[in-house]
Ligand binder design. Structure first.
Ligand code: NAP
Length: 286
């Protein structure tokens, strides 16, 4: 293997420790403990595990959890009503709707029921616009970053990956991952190419990338011989059996830096979510 690893675990632990200090300070100064509500619909075991992980990590960060678990038969209106209630509850500072949701649910309507001030997972149109307009983190009214794209940007920054003028190829265009990570890279002056399932000759495009972000949802999809030697590879994929979207062994022979799965993007996603939960609590308190 020639690539160095871009490890998220330690960096995420540092972020969580800093978040815990801020949560503690808020409690000391205002008597307010930040609270993150998680909403889980249905009984998908992987989703239940993700929610549990987020709640455990919240505890480490001094953030209280409010757990809402709804049956798989929940109607779209019932879910919207539940989220609207959390949006109006002053004791809840951040809301996370675990996705995917069951097929009968209108996911967009459910996301939009989240008060943008509590959208710490960065899934609403307001947050999307904030990322598109480079309006995150600057003012009290700034929008939130989608958690995985925001986590990826922090990882790239921590490893001093030069973004300005770099060609970044994003594989995937989902509204919570592919599209926003491309927008954040663009805001950092990368030249961004989006690719997706209808892209023709994907390997040829990937070969021109200085930075590749794989957000496909297909195990071992990106091949080592698609990569330009020295490319930086970010694998956002998380497939069954802890397998990423990149053929890690082959890619690590060609890349200069690569994220492992697990231990790369995953922990950064949760760390950013918790950091944003405290951002939200601070903004709603002071
Ligand atoms: P998604 O909504 O299913 O989107 C997948 C994207 O990949 C789509 O844009 C799709 O293109 C594209 N795609 C599918 N097949 C392709 C192909 N053959 N060639 C090129 N592009 C193709 O998935 P997502 O929610 O963005 O998640 C992507 C991956 O990230 C999954 O493995 C997921 O588990 C992982 N993830 C990880 C975290 C984390 O915390 N680490 C968080 C969220 C997601 P079309 O638009 O044309 O269909």
């Amino acid at each position: 293997m020639t690539a160095d690893l871009m490890i998220g675990t330690d960096l995420a632990a540092e972020m969580v420790a800093k978040t815990a200090e801020r949560a503690h300070a808020l409690q000391e100064q205002y008597g307010v403990q930040p609270c993150l509500a998680t909403v889980l619909v249905g009984d998908d075991p992987a989703s239940a595990t993700y929610v549990r992980m987020k709640q455990n990590r919240s505890k480490k960060a001094g953030i209280a959890s409010r757990s809402v678990v709804l049956p798989a038969t929940t109607t779209p209106a019932e879910l919207v009503a539940e989220i609207t209630k959390l949006s109006g509850d002053p004791a809840v500072h951040g809301i996370l709707l675990q996705h995917p949701v069951p097929a009968q649910i209108d996911e967009r309507a459910a996301f939009e029921a989240i008060d943008p001030a509590k959208d710490v997972d960065g899934v609403t149109m307001r947050s999307f616009a904030a990322m598109a307009f480079n309006d995150t983190k600057d003012t009290k009214d700034s929008g939130f970053r989608s958690a995985t794209p925001g986590g990826i940007m922090r990882l790239l920054a921590a490893y001093d990956v030069p973004l300005e003028g770099a060609h970044a190829v994003v594989i995937g265009r989902s509204p919570i991952l592919g599209k926003p990570v491309g927008m954040l890279l663009l805001a950092s002056n990368a030249t961004v190419t989006y690719t997706h399932s209808r892209t023709t000759d994907l390997p040829a495009i990937v070969r021109t990338a200085d930075i590749v972000v794989a957000a496909v949802g297909r195990p071992n999809f990106v091949q080592g011989d698609w990569l330009k030697p020295g490319a930086v590879v970010v694998d956002a994929g998380y497939n069954e059996g802890n397998v990423g979207d990149v053929d890690f062994a082959a890619a690590a022979e060609v890349a200069s830096l690569i994220t492992p799965v697990p231990g790369g993007v995953g922990p950064m996603t949760i760390a950013l979510l918790l950091e944003q939960a405290v951002d939200a609590a601070e903004a709603q308190t002071s």
